[in-house]
Design a protein around this ligand. Structure first.
Ligand SMILES: Nc1ncnc2c1ncn2[C@@H]1O[C@H](COP(=O)(O)OP(=O)(O)OP(=O)(O)O)[C@@H](O)[C@H]1O
Length: 79
């Protein structure tokens, strides 16, 4: 049996400066699905992260969540 990181596609942004492989789904919320992901570039950060994806037709919901979370940045009651 293949491990999750061997079967997933590679994604990249910023002309390849940032790239990662998406692994198994680890959660589901109102705005999308959470996947474990393995950072390939840059190497400076930790290599495991969580990536949230959504249906392209519902992308505005994910953008809205980002706007709300950005506005809460620095709030002592949010971790
Ligand atoms: N950084 C993370 N690491 C590991 N698991 C995560 C991470 N972020 C989210 N999850 C998992 O994915 C689930 C969905 O996360 P998400 O942030 O989309 O929704 P939520 O805030 O839990 O719920 P809702 O958006 O419906 O209020 C979480 O309940 C959790 O189990």
């Amino acid at each position: 049996m293949k491990r999750a990181r061997e079967v997933e596609d590679e994604y990249s942004l910023l002309c390849g400066a940032l790239s990662w492989c998406r692994g198994l789904m680890i959660g589901r919320g109102t705005f999308g699905f959470l996947y474990i992901a393995y950072l390939k570039k840059p190497k400076a950060f930790g290599s495991v992260m969580a990536v949230k994806s959504t249906d392209p037709l519902k992308g505005d919901l994910l953008m809205w969540e980002k706007i709300v979370l950005d506005s809460l940045q620095g709030c002592p009651h949010v971790i």
